[in-house]
Design a binder for this molecule. Structure first.
Ligand SMILES: [Zn+2]
Length: 396
């Protein structure tokens, strides 16, 4: 099948494509209401998009009196690939042009194996999705990696948990493998964008997305756009100091948030408690499995284990301490908590909320919702698809 070869010729066409992506099939009249263009100019641009094949006619629109017109929609054959690389797993999904997920696969993976091994696994999952019939090919791919990214070039920069990734040309290498355009961003930024497109942040312009996975990071969305900072490391909140001269951190400093909370330190603390004999519940799980992770702490907490509950509450309080500082600084509409550790659920959320409301000024926290993400595992891949569609639905 012929893949997407055309790009919008101007900003009006780009805007029309994004409107059709975000709102689905529309009549010309509806498009006219959503875009600031004269009727004749709109007709010209829609006709040009129909000629490129990016947009197709799709049934008759509801009558508004006068002549009935056809709905238009994005080409149903368009397919985007979203790849979300975490520290310990990889998610791969295929979406249509409206970014609805048509197929989604996930598997455990260790990012420390390096880019070549990791992309081999991601591409194998993409191949499986293709074989399942949801896509014959890909028009573009978005990729999230768990570290800072030099955004225009799509290259990871000195990622602390990812030896072997520094400077690896992800965008170029994958674009060659897949035969389509590729965009790369930090995984947390893409989760924020996913929640903004189809999740809990759909209606807000300024929000923070805090991912608590193996590590902790923050996506910053300002006036609807991701803020990446000068070198792509904005939101790297896991290495904000919460305890002067505290525990050593993987980054080389002491007392970072990540040294106290996140999947990695939670596993370490849970195993220590199990060995010290303070939690029979965690000890039994350690004896059975040989190691512990966030899901074990979640399960122990659910059965009322006081040590597990305390680990979650203390971690939530420390995370809340950092978020309170961000809230005072940024004054967001919304704070979203996501990532693998959200399995700790409402105990974690309650501890974060208590700390933020206690520590921030009332003017910043008045009506400030602090909520769990809605999309779960699909946030990153949805954001990845959105990233590449934003790129392709821009003037060439
Ligand atoms: Zn650190």
């Amino acid at each position: 099948m012929r893949r997407m070869t055309a790009r919008p010729a101007n900003a009006h066409q780009a805007r029309l494509l994004r409107l059709l992506r975000d709102h689905g099939p529309n009549s010309r009249a509806q498009l006219g209401d959503r875009i600031d263009l004269s009727r004749s100019k709109l007709a010209v641009e829609v006709d040009r998009l129909l000629e490129t094949g990016l947009v197709v006619a799709d049934g008759l629109a509801a009558s508004r009196g006068g002549r009935r017109s056809h709905n238009v929609r994005l080409a149903p054959s368009l397919r985007f690939l979203g790849i979300d690389i975490g520290a310990t797993s990889v998610d791969v999904a295929v979406t249509n042009a409206e970014l609805e997920v048509l197929g989604h696969l996930t598997q455990p993976m260790d990012v420390r194996e390096g880019p070549v091994a990791v992309f081999e696994q991601a591409l194998a999952l993409a191949g499986k999705l293709r074989a399942s019939g949801v896509a014959e090919g890909f028009d573009g791919a978005g990729i999230g990696v768990p570290g800072p990214v030099r955004f225009p070039e799509g290259v990871p920069v000195a990622p602390p948990i990812m030896p072997g990734w520094d400077g690896f040309p992800v965008r170029e290498a994958l674009s060659q493998e897949l035969g389509c355009p590729v965009m790369v961003d930090n995984d947390v930024n893409l989760m924020a964008v996913g929640e903004q497109h189809a999740g809990v942040a759909r209606t807000v312009r300024d929000f923070l997305f805090v991912k608590i996975g193996t590590g902790i990071g923050c996506g910053i969305v300002v006036n609807g756009e991701v803020y990446r900072g000068t070198t792509g490391s904005a939101g790297d909140i896991g290495h904000i100091q919460v305890e002067p001269d505290g525990r050593p951190c993987a980054c080389g400093n002491h007392g970072c948030l990540e040294a106290y909370f996140g999947g990695a330190s939670l596993a370490r603390d849970a195993e220590a408690a199990a060995r010290a004999g303070t939690s029979p519940e965690l000890a039994a799980r350690l004896a059975a499995a040989g190691s512990l992770g966030a899901p074990d702490v979640a399960a122990a907490a659910a059965s009322g284990d006081p040590v597990a509950l305390d680990l979650i509450r203390t971690g939530g309080t420390r995370t809340g301490q950092v978020i309170a500082g961000l809230v005072s600084f940024f004054n967001p509409d919304l704070v979203v908590i996501g990532g693998g550790v959200t399995g700790l659920g409402h105990t974690l959320l309650a501890a974060v909320r208590t700390q933020v409301y206690r520590q921030s000024l009332p003017l910043a926290t008045n009506n400030l919702p602090i909520v769990l993400g809605e999309l779960g595992q699909a946030a990153g891949v949805t954001g990845a698809a959105r990233l590449i569609s934003d790129h392709l639905f821009s003037p060439a």
